[in-house]
Design a binder for this molecule. Structure first.
Ligand SMILES: NC(=O)c1ccc[n+]([C@@H]2O[C@H](COP(=O)([O-])OP(=O)(O)OC[C@H]3O[C@@H](n4cnc5c(N)ncnc54)[C@H](OP(=O)(O)O)[C@@H]3O)[C@@H](O)[C@H]2O)c1
Length: 299
């Protein structure tokens, strides 16, 4: 770490002239900014100083928070459960020296665009991770309409609003990043989670388009098309690991490592092979059948 080396023309005191004071304060400011920029990691210089993690109270969102803090970014963590967010924040504070803010926040709220703009007004966010998702299981006809529209709100409207709110600030300063969480379920129809799978297809296609749009402005977009991840949500729905299941920390790291190498990353070798076989080698009908076998026991 570099130390501040400031040599004022003479001692600052009541007899100083304005010019001398201005010289000293400008030199101190320059040296202090140089100090910050030289101590920040390359990741934090590109995507800092703050990261927003939408859906950060457990599972993969908590893993993103930990990984980003280790990479030197301050955190603004959102989810509905304040106590879970607090627990994530305390773990991060215990392990790193970054600043952490938490906010209990429903990403399905009707006034999301305005509420988000107010929330981030004074926070310099260089990276947005949209991790939150709602995944009700069951055939379409068995699910209440509100559940299905909730998927649209959390999984489609939410990431769209977050991207539209944050991208202009990132492009204006010529750097930043957006992470959209998707799923292998987003590449073909998936019975019993049909609306969720369709919402993940939206994130793939939105992210691919944004990747190309924002890249000339220095903003990196990555879509993470994950296979099964060991999270509380997945454990509740699946009961046991599917082939290729990864820890949340692995998915978070591989996703963040892929920033700048978009538009899409599929974490895990088994999942990349599955994606290749299902997407490139098998007819679409067969891919849907295979997916149906893996979703038939979800609850
Ligand atoms: N787990 C898997 O096997 C798997 C596989 C492929 C892709 N993915 C994707 O990876 C991401 C994370 O998965 P996960 O298993 O960790 O999910 P999860 O356990 O269901 O957690 C989702 C996070 O989103 C938050 N959230 C949900 N609805 C919200 C709302 N209305 N407002 C604010 N926050 C909300 C939850 O917090 P609160 O409840 O506190 O609000 C939680 O922090 C999702 O996008 C999912 O689609 C997961």
């Amino acid at each position: 770490m570099r130390t501040l080396q400031v040599t004022p023309p003479r001692m600052i005191g009541p007899a100083c002239t304005w010019e001398e004071l201005l010289y000293c304060s400008a030199t101190l400011r320059d040296a202090s900014e140089m100090n910050e920029s030289t101590t920040a990691t390359p990741f934090a210089r590109k995507y800092g100083p703050w990261a927003l993690v939408a859906g950060a109270s457990e599972g993969l969102g908590a893993a993103f928070a930990a990984a980003l803090a280790t990479r030197g970014l301050n955190l603004l963590l959102l989810a509905r459960r304040a106590d879970h967010l607090q627990a994530v924040a305390e773990t991060v504070r215990a392990n790193t020296s970054v600043q952490v803010r938490t906010q209990a926040f429903d990403l399905a709220r009707p006034d999301l665009a305005d509420a988000l703009a107010t929330l981030i007004a004074n926070t310099d966010i260089g990276l947005a991770v949209y991790n939150a998702a709602f995944a009700p299981v069951g055939e379409l006809t068995s699910r209440p309409m509100d559940d299905l529209l909730g998927v649209v709100d959390v999984n489609i409207r939410g990431p769209l609003i977050v991207a539209r709110t944050l991208a202009p600030k990132m492009t204006a300063r010529g750097r930043g990043g957006i992470v959209l969480m998707s799923s292998l379920a987003g590449y073909q129809g998936a019975p019993r989670i049909a609306t969720y799978a369709a919402s993940k297809a939206f994130n793939i296609v939105l992210g691919e388009g944004l990747w190309r749009e924002l890249e000339p402005h220095g903003v990196d977009v990555i879509v993470s098309s994950a296979g099964a991840i060991r999270t509380p949500g997945y454990a509740k729905a699946a009961g046991k690991d599917a082939p290729g299941t990864l820890d949340a920390a692995t998915v978070a790291e591989q996703t963040l490592d892929a920033l700048g190498r978009g538009p899409v990353v599929v974490p895990g070798t088994t999942n990349r092979i599955a994606r290749f076989v299902l997407g490139r080698m098998l007819p679409r009908r067969t891919a849907i059948e295979i997916f149906a076998r893996s979703t038939k026991d979800l609850s």
